[in-house]
Design a protein around this ligand. Structure first.
Ligand code: TRP
Ligand code: SF4
Length: 404
C-alpha cells in the first residue's frame, strides 16, 4: 500500500483514560462505527500518549487498555472491519517519531495551542518535559506511519493534524529529492503503458500550466488504478504531478467529529474530570438513581411551579434520546406545570437503559473471556505492524539509513 491508497484509510486513537461513558459513545464511537463500513480503519489505544501526561501513574494503564477495547467492541466496533491495536506494540511509531524529530523545528511544537493550554490546565502535573512537548509529533508519527487520508478527531485535535500535514510536507521536500528525479519520473511514466502515460502527461500539464485541480484529481485516480508500477514509482509520479520530489509521506485531513451534545449529570459537558458521567458499564439501577437525582430547572420547586426546559439539563438529554412527540410533551408539561420532573425523566431513563443493556451484555461476554479480546488486539497489532514496516523502511531509505 502506498500513499495512493491513503484516501481510503482512516486512523484514530484514544488515550486509555479508563472506562468510556455516554459522551464517548455519542461523540466518538458511533462515528467510528459508521466509518468502519466505508473505509479501511485503524483504531488504536494511545498508551504512549497517556504516559506523556501520566508518567507517574503507569500501573493503572494496562487495566484501562483492556477495559477500553472491551467498550469499543461492546458498542459495535467490528474487528472484522477495523484493525484495533495498541500504540506501544507497534514500535515503528516510535522510530518514525524519532526520525521526524530530527527535522521538526522546535518552534512548530512550542506553538501548538494545546501545549500551553494543557500545561495551564493540568497545573498539578509537571508537564515541562521533553515527551510532552513531543506529544503532537508522536501523533503525527501515528498518522503518517499508516499514510492515513482521514483522521476523525474532535476540534481540540485539529491543530495536531495540521502539524502532521506540515511535517509531511517538509519531509517530502527534504527527502523526496533524489538525484535524477526527473528522469526516474519519466521512466516511471513509460512503465504505465502508452495510453495511461499520455493521459498522465496531459493531465499533469493541465494542472501545472493552468492550475486545473480536476485534472490533478483525475491524474491521482489514474495512478491509484495502476497495477504494474512499484511503490517507489508511484510516489515519484504522485510527487511529479505537484512538484519536484517523491511523496513519501501522505498529508492527512481531519474529519471533524461533531462535538457531542451529550450533557453530563450537571448540565456541563459529560467528562470524567467533572465527575458527571454515566459510564457505559454503569449498573442499570445506578443509571436510574443518577438521573432521578439529577438537578432540573431550579424554578420548579413544587409540582405547581412552571419551568423552562432551556434551563434544565434533563431537556438536553431528551434531545438525544426522545422523539418529537415526547419532546412536545416535555415542553408543554414543563411550561404549564402539567408533569412532574420525575415523570419527565422517565422516558430518558428508559431510553438510556435500553441503549446500555445490550452493550453491557456484550461487554460481559468479553469480560468473561479476555483471551478473545487479547487475540483481537494481537491480530490488529500484526496488521498494523505490517503496514507500519513498509512505511518505516521507505523513510529509512529516504533518510540514508536503508542499506543494512
Ligand atoms: N491525541 C489524541 C487525543 O487526545 C489521541 C491520539 C493519539 C490520536 N494519536 C492519535 C488521535 C492519532 C488521532 C490520530 O484524543
Ligand atoms: Fe426539566 Fe422536565 Fe423538570 Fe422541566 S419538567 S424542569 S424539562 S425535568
Amino acid at each position: 500500500m502506498s500513499s495512493v491508497d491513503s484516501q481510503q484509510r482512516v486512523l484514530s486513537g484514544m488515550r486509555p483514560t479508563g472506562r468510556l461513558h455516554l459522551g464517548h459513545l455519542h461523540g466518538v464511537l458511533k462515528n467510528w462505527i459508521q466509518l468502519q463500513h466505508k473505509y479501511d480503519c485503524f483504531f488504536f489505544i494511545a498508551d504512549w500518549h497517556a504516559l506523556t501526561t501520566h508518567y507517574d501513574t503507569p500501573l493503572t494503564l494496562e487495566e484501562h487498555v483492556l477495559d477500553m477495547v472491551i467498550d469499543w467492541l461492546a458498542c459495535g466496533v467490528n474487528p472484522g472491519s477495523a484493525s484495533l491495536f495498541i500504540q506501544s506494540k507497534v514500535p515503528e511509531h516510535a522510530e518514525l517519531h524519532l526520525l521526524l524529530s530530527m527535522m521538526t523545528p522546535l518552534g512548530w511544537l512550542e506553538r501548538v495551542p494545546s501545549y500551553k493550554d494543557q500545561q495551564d490546565k493540568l497545573k498539578e502535573r509537571d508537564l515541562d518535559t521533553y515527551g510532552f512537548l513531543g506529544y503532537p509529533l508522536l501523533q503525527a508519527a501515528d498518522i503518517l506511519i499508516y499514510r492515513a487520508g482521514f483522521v476523525p478527531v474532535g476540534a481540540d485535535q485539529v491543530a495536531h493534524v495540521e502539524l502532521t500535514r506540515e511535517v509531511a510536507r517538509r519531509f517530502n521536500h527534504i527527502y523526496g529529492r533524489e538525484p535524477g528525479f526527473e528522469e526516474n519520473a519519466q521512466a516511471a511514466i513509460r512503465k504505465m503503458g502508452k495510453k495511461a502515460a499520455r493521459l498522465y502527461s496531459n493531465l499533469r500539464k493541465a494542472y501545472q500550466e493552468q492550475g486545473d485541480h480536476e485534472a490533478l484529481e483525475t491524474a491521482q485516480a489514474l495512478l491509484k488504478e495502476q497495477q504494474n508500477i512499484t511503490i517507489g514509482d508511484r510516489e515519484r509520479l504522485f510527487g511529479y504531478l505537484e512538484g519536484s520530489g517523491k511523496m513519501i509521506l501522505a498529508e492527512p485531513q481531519s474529519l471533524l467529529t461533531k462535538s457531542s451534545k451529550m450533557p453530563g449529570l450537571d448540565g456541563q459537558k459529560m467528562s470524567k474530570s467533572y465527575d458527571n458521567t454515566i459510564s457505559l458499564r454503569e449498573p442499570l439501577d445506578q443509571v436510574e438513581k443518577k438521573i432521578s437525582t439529577m438537578p432540573t430547572d431550579p424554578a420548579r420547586v413544587r409540582l405547581t411551579d412552571v419551568g423552562d426546559p432551556d434551563k434544565c439539563p434533563v431537556w438536553q438529554l431528551h434531545q438525544t434520546y426522545s422523539d418529537e412527540k415526547t419532546r412536545d410533551w416535555v415542553v408543554d408539561g414543563c411550561k404549564n406545570a402539567g408533569i412532574g420532573c420525575l415523570e419527565c425523566k422517565r422516558p430518558v431513563i428508559d431510553a438510556i437503559v435500553a441503549e446500555l443493556e445490550p452493550i453491557q451484555r456484550e461487554a460481559e461476554q468479553y469480560e468473561k473471556d479476555p483471551d478473545i479480546v487479547k487475540s483481537i488486539i494481537t491480530d490488529g497489532c500484526d496488521k498494523a505492524r505490517d503496514n507500519a514496516r513498509e512505511t518505516i523502511q521507505e523513510v529509512r531509505e529516504a533518510m540514508g539509513l536503508g542499506q543494512w
